[in-house]
Design a protein around this ligand. Structure first.
Ligand SMILES: Cc1cc2nc3c(=O)[nH]c(=O)nc-3n(C[C@H](O)[C@H](O)[C@H](O)COP(=O)(O)O)c2cc1C
Length: 224
């Protein structure tokens, strides 16, 4: 399978705009209602899966278990381009203790069997890498009360961790890290269609890419 034509476009945009890392990520609720929120882009794998991270206790994993359907809207302000990416998203099992079958199911949904991303080990390592790459303040969020719980039902915020190290030798800290690490999960997105909208050129340009059943991508330029 050749490299999708849209991939170098995203890579180039990120090179020019290294801070443009947030995109709107939509899911379908269990009631089939659209839900959208911003997330941070955390990388693209060699099989062109987009990665972001979340807390397993949030709504996204529940929605994705119900339906992997997703659409992303990513506007890069400086260069005035938008990527609209449609596809399937999967929450990667967050614990390496989770059985092999859960990883196999996630890998199958993403269509990456037989590739680098097609093993449990790949995802266990990727999670470690991403955990280390985020700030201690962001890690602390995963050690706090369940997101969305009314504040009068959780311990006072004075007691919440402010920062959590990636790893520690101290047993007490190790407990906090383990709790937070178990709540931390990767979401992998397998694009099926990508639309690239360029608003700087006049007339504007709009290019659509669609994945074919043989894995190749078809490009169509359309009127903006
Ligand atoms: C700029 C920005 C970046 C964010 N990045 C993430 C992220 O990477 N992962 C995440 O789970 N939530 C992120 N959030 C918070 C989400 O938008 C959302 O409030 C939260 O994940 C709960 O959503 P959910 O209950 O629908 O899962 C971000 C919010 C903003 C404004």
């Amino acid at each position: 399978m050749s490299k999708p034509q849209w991939l170098p476009l995203i890579e180039q945009q990120l090179k020019e705009n290294p801070k443009a890392l947030s995109y709107a990520f939509s899911t379908l609720s269990e009631e089939n209602k659209p839900k959208v929120r911003f997330v941070i882009h955390r990388g693209i794998t060699s099989s062109a899966l987009l990665l972001t991270t979340t807390d397993t206790r949030m709504s996204k994993p529940v929605h994705l278990a119900h339906s992997p359907t997703t659409e992303i809207a990513w506007w890069i302000e400086n260069t005035n381009v938008q990527f609209r990416i449609t596809g399937s998203a999967v929450t990667i099992p967050s614990s390496s203790a989770d059985d092999e079958d859960k990883f196999k199911e996630a890998i199958k949904k993403l269509g990456v069997e037989g590739s680098e991303e097609g093993t449990k080990e790949y995802w266990v390592e990727k999670k470690k890498e991403l955990w280390k790459s985020v700030s201690g303040h962001l890690r602390a969020g995963f050690g706090r009360p369940k997101p969305g719980t009314p504040l009068d039902q959780v311990p006072s915020s004075d007691t919440w961790p402010e920062t959590i190290p990636a790893e520690s030798d101290k047993p007490e800290e190790q407990k906090t890290i383990k709790f937070a690490y178990d709540n931390f999960a990767i979401i992998a997105i397998a694009p099926e269609a990508v639309e690239y909208l360029e608003l700087k050129p006049i007339p504007n340009r709009r290019t659509q890419y669609k994945r074919q059943s043989n894995g190749e991508w078809e490009e169509t330029k359309v009127a903006p």
